[in-house]
Design a protein around this ligand. Sequence first.
Ligand code: SF4
Ligand code: FES
Length: 382
Amino acid sequence: MTTPVNPGSVVAPAPPWALLAELTHACPLHCPYCSNPLELARRSAELSTDEWTDVLRQAGELGVVHTHLSGGEPLLRPDLERIVAAAEAAGIYTQLVTSGTGLDETRLAALTGAGLRSVQLSVQHADPGANDRIAGRPASFAAKERAAALVRRAGVPLGLNVVLHRDNLDAVDAVIELGLAWGADRIELANAQFYGWGLLNRAALLPTRDQLARARETVERRREELAGRIDLVWVVPDYFDGVAKPCMGGWGAVSLTVAPDGTVLPCPAAASLPDLNPPNVRDHRLAWIWQRSPAFDRFRGTDWMTGPCRGCPRQEEDFGGCRCQAFALTGDAARTDPACALSPDHHLVREPADGDRPEAPPYVYRRPGAVPAPAPAPAPTV
Ligand code: SF4
Ligand code: FES
């Protein structure tokens, strides 16, 4: 695949096809691996219905064909039906990404009536008690079970998304059984990523190599057995294989994320990168943001790469890995992702992956204020 425009180029990048719309950071669950930034957007800062309608109209014009309506918990937006309708009017396929909490028959009917095409339900574990403990919310498993039944009864395609880690990898077979029992068409088994909340909780979440090997074997066996019945997607754990993942299909290559306050990012975690100065839909058109903004050009293509990515035969397959992970582990977003065995920083993932596993510390649950805000810079002295 040819990579899109590099900084300074006059050639417009290929259009994006996917938009992750983070409608709110508010959420009834408190998962310790959440992909939202440590500093969560306030509800008062969220885009209005009209602003989301305009964003989706612009996205459709730009070429976006698929949107994940996500959060936080998007059902907490009372105007979700109107946002779905706006996406539908813009010719964009909508998938609701939800914890299931707060979904009832009336709401689902309103959403499908507005054009909702599919639902992706997060599940933390096949065991109700373990699910609720990981989610940090009692009775959340029961809400998911009810939501799955409603979605299936409505004839809407249902996917489950399960973030895998030390506390649930041994239950992967039970998770697959749960997906079958709930009538899911697809289960995404996504090994936890370690930046943001995930990095904060890495000591509690990082599995052992043996756990991973067993889970991988189970998934391969079940995939063969269940071919044609359910789609099992295994999202690789990049700490263990020495291979960097092609994060987001490349920076500014195929998708964009709009955060609740209108900040537009090449990936949900990029808010953590200093000096990125991400643009906002309140200040700029989406087309300018995608095609011309310095933030989207920053790591687009391959010109930004330094050794060992520069000249590497895999540079157009993995795009040098994840910028957010490179920054989280090395402090420099432009370095090769330490997940890659060729990275001079590879020990930063190898040592925790292969090190001893003392008793897991308790989770730091995702909650506003769970992580102290950085102290303000001291006032300059004159
Ligand atoms: Fe990918 Fe860079 Fe590693 Fe090469 S050196 S395999 S481009 S991450
Ligand atoms: Fe941001 Fe990978 S999560 S580039």
